[in-house]
Design a protein around this ligand. Structure first.
Ligand SMILES: Nc1ncnc2c1ncn2[C@@H]1O[C@H](COP(=O)(O)OP(=O)(O)OP(=O)(O)O)[C@@H](O)[C@H]1O
Ligand SMILES: [Mg+2]
Length: 474
């Protein structure tokens, strides 16, 4: 979407607007564009004796960290320069990294470091629009989460070093007892944090939306600051082409390698087969597929320990999430994918055949689990392509679905993911593979109608719910 469209809400401001108009008509839309959801910020937060208008501080299970952004709002007829002291004070007291002061016409950006607050930039409405890509990058939730990850990591390192230093220096048993656990805890938690989740989006039924869900969920996770790798292990190569990569021209003729090399060449490493794509703030690494894979079943069967080939090749890497997109039929590559996975996500449509097929899918997962060293949890069943108009039909399908999940729970409940994560059948979603981008990028495509872009936003909100839910389950 062009900046003009994105910031259209600024036109609703007049000199007669009051402070609460600016909050509703400027700040709230701005926070949404920056990727924040409603629970990422609080309004009217007490700081000292005063109240800051907005404190942007996405919830975190990590150690205490400062808020990312304070926003102070004034009415358009007020001079912003008279409030510099106020935002400076809020930033110092809350230790927020960034500050924004606005009266709807002027926008002042501040940066805070160790008690010093400096002005970064001052914009009018039009210069804000001109520089919005930069402002977006600085203030967005994705950047906020990245900053937080780095701060958290560094803080852990400092605590660890400090604890070792003290226990070495004081050497007494009491002291060692006190610190013996902490470095260990810190080590464990940093290891835990780094443990990647390898997820196969799995369903033997064809065309249930596996590839589409994989692409869009992965893009959402990168927007939330996670590093994500996609592995296309389906000879149809829908994931590869759906992200605008031509397996012949972009990979084979460009002398690059694909999934077939990774599976069949012992010396080919993961890093040798990665293709990087970027759309604005979304960055996805992809192991592309090739139609050649369809003729390789015999070769795969002849290869020693082929079931664990992906397990081995995925041992060392830097990703938080790896998603594997397998074909629908249950051939060798499906076994390879499941063996390499640490969790399974099952997309399902709310209609009779896909629901019935679910029993078979669950049994397949459980069967493969028998051969693995670690459990293979089903992280959830995600509803895809449901018809928003037939609510009574959906309700009866949901009942059958729940009944199957209970019947197959096997002591471990299989969760039907919450309704706010269900993906409706939407035209705009089916258009994205042709354009070669994830749905999140549709928002920025000026060629689309404004209706399509709006619908895309509703789908993106559901994907954000799904990504957050998945992270909480994990
Ligand atoms: N929510 C949706 N709304 C509209 N169309 C969708 C949606 N999800 C997927 N589609 C479309 O449905 C078709 C099948 O989707 P997709 O390729 O993701 O399924 P799949 O399970 O990966 O298929 P296969 O089993 O062949 O690998 C595609 O044309 C895709 O664009
Ligand atoms: Mg597919």
């Amino acid at each position: 979407m062009s900046t003009f469209h994105q910031l259209k809400f600024l036109e609703s401001i007049t000199l007669e607007s009051n402070e609460s108009d600016i909050e509703r008509k400027v700040v709230l839309p701005l926070l949404r564009i920056l990727g924040y959801s409603d629970n990422d910020w609080k309004s009217q937060v007490g700081i000292g004796k005063n109240r800051a208008d907005f404190l942007v501080h996405p919830p975190s299970m990590l150690v205490h960290h400062p808020p990312y952004l304070v926003i102070e709002v004034k009415a358009p007829n007020k001079k912003t320069s008279q409030s510099f002291w106020q935002i400076t004070e809020y930033m110092r007291q809350s230790r927020a990294v960034l500050g924004l002061l606005t009266n709807g016409y002027l926008f002042h950006l501040f940066y805070h470091c160790q008690g010093q607050v400096i002005t970064i930039a001052e914009y009018s409405q039009s210069t804000l629009a001109e520089n919005f890509a930069l402002v977006h990058k600085l203030l967005s939730k994705a950047t906020c989460l990245k900053v937080r990850d780095v701060l958290h990591h560094n803080q852990q390192q400092v605590y660890l070093k400090f604890a070792n230093l003290i226990s070495n220096a004081f050497g007494s048993k009491e002291m060692l007892k006190l610190f013996a656990k902490k470095p260990e805890l810190i080590n464990q938690s940093s290891k835990k944090e780094r443990k990647p989740m390898i997820i196969t989006v799995f369903n033997n039924k064809g065309g249930v939306g596996k590839t589409t869900l994989t692409i869009n969920l992965a893009a959402m996770l990168t927007k939330l600051g996670k590093r994500v790798l996609l592995i296309d292990i389906d000879a149809q190569a829908n994931l590869t082409t759906g992200l605008g990569i031509d397996p012949l021209n972009d990979v084979e003729l460009a002398s690059k390698k694909d999934i077939t090399h990774l599976l069949l060449e012992p010396r080919t490493k993961l890093i040798d087969v990665i293709y990087r794509k970027r759309w604005g703030e979304i960055q996805l690494d992809i192991v592309p597929s090739h139609i050649r894979l369809s003729g390789m079943e015999n070769e795969l069967l002849r290869t020693i320990d082929i079931d664990r080939v992906l397990v081995k090749k995925l041992k060392n890497h830097e990703y938080d999430f790896v998603f594997i997109d397998p074909p629908p039929s249950f051939g060798k590559v499906n076994g390879i994918s499941l063996m390499a996975s640490s969790g399974i996500l099952i997309p399902v449509q709310l209609s009779p055949y896909p629901i019935r097929a679910l029993e078979y899918v669950i049994n397949q997962v459980r069967e493969v689990e028998e051969y693995k060293d670690e459990p293979l949890p089903i992280l959830g069943v995600a509803v895809s392509m449901y018809d928003q108009r037939s609510s009574s039909f959906n309700l009866s399908m949901e009942e059958s679905l729940r009944e199957i999940l209970v019947r197959h729970s096997d002591g471990r409940a299989i969760e039907l993911l919450p309704e706010n994560t269900w993906m409706p059948r939407l035209n705009i979603i089916s258009k994205c593979p042709e354009q070669g981008y994830p749905i999140q990028h549709a928002e920025f495509d000026d060629q689309l109608s404004s209706q399509d872009r709006e619908t895309a936003q509703s789908a993106i909100a559901r994907l954000e719910n799904l990504a957050n839910h998945l992270m909480s389950v994990i």
